[in-house]
Design a protein around this ligand. Structure first.
Ligand code: ATP
Ligand code: MG
Length: 271
């Protein structure tokens, strides 16, 4: 079964970038693989595999209901690790910055293991805002604030005054790289465990201060989560310089399932 994503040709340059990113992601494990592309007078259709279980937002809603926090963390852990690994490949092998990672843009697949059991296999999807890393770093006009407000990273809402030789003047613009996608992992992790958005904890209908909270790094880290999960989220939702790398995230105690208390306790010989 297939899923057709139909894009209007009016937005041709955006569709072109989306297709380019799709094609680069096509041989990357953990990313959606476009099957075919059709074009007619007014539209371009991307033919994608159909994921019957839908997106991760739906999956988490259905599978973590009435579960305790430790149970939720156990469900979320393997999903989160696989997303971080897929993102690492997307950045390193594909040279792609996604710019709109969120639960709704991760699709849910299951793979059958040799013993007959099934494990969840999340798939990074929706390359609508994606861009090649090279273009992002070399063409300043691509440095725009995009994605979804609750997931906006610090460096996207913090504009800096940079001199642009091509324009011959200083311009106020954000300056970000692929680390913007790592930030969104922090937002997603807390959302999956607690359903609470770090910069919109009350899920306000009026959202004027979200960007301000992000600029001040005033994240709400839910004390309901384990100490390890809180530490991981805290060290992701910080400036790009201090933010954990994907490798550090994958080897963080929360991902290894290790407890802070036991790993920091010295083991004393029994006399
Ligand atoms: N291949 C698929 N199989 C099943 N469901 C899908 C598939 N692709 C998308 N969906 C569902 O449709 C929703 C919207 O799709 P997608 O995120 O690709 O587009 P979008 O956000 O509308 O697009 P864009 O941001 O590029 O305009 C997803 O959140 C997901 O629930
Ligand atoms: Mg989407």
């Amino acid at each position: 079964m297939f899923f057709a994503k139909i894009k209007e040709k009016k937005l041709e340059t955006c569709v072109e970038t989306e297709i380019k990113c799709h094609l680069k992601a096509n041989d990357i494990e953990g990313c959606i693989h476009v099957q075919d592309i059709f074009s007619d007078k007014d539209s371009i259709s991307l033919v994608l595999p159909y994921y019957i279980h839908g997106d991760l937002s739906k999956f988490i809603r259905e599978h973590t209901r009435r579960k305790s926090i430790p149970q939720k963390e156990s469900i979320v852990r393997p999903i989160f690790i696989k997303i971080a690994q897929a993102l690492q490949r997307l950045h390193q092998k594909g040279g792609i910055v996604h710019r709109d990672l969120k639960l709704e843009n991760i699709l849910v697949n299951f793979i059958r293991l040799p013993d007959g059991s099934e494990v969840i296999d999340p798939v990074i999807s929706d390359f609508g805002f994606a861009i090649s890393r090279e273009e992002l770093l070399n063409d300043i006009t691509t440095q725009r604030c995009m994605g979804t407000v609750n997931y906006f990273p610090f460096e996207m809402v913090t504009k800096v005054n940079r001199f642009y030789p091509d324009l011959g003047r200083f311009v106020q613009a954000p300056s970000y790289d692929e680390r913007c996608d790592i930030w969104t992992l922090g937002i997603m992790l807390q959302m999956m465990i607690t359903r609470i958005s770090a910069f919109d904890p009350d899920n306000d209908q009026v959202k004027p201060d979200i960007e301000d909270r992000i600029r001040k790094l005033n994240a709400y880290i839910s004390p309901e989560m384990s100490a390890e999960a809180q530490d991981l989220v805290k060290n992701i939702l910080t400036t790009p310089e201090k933010r954990l790398t994907l490798q550090q995230i994958i080897s963080h105690p929360w991902c290894r399932g290790a407890s802070f208390i036991s790993s920091s306790l010295e083991i004393l010989p029994i006399n």
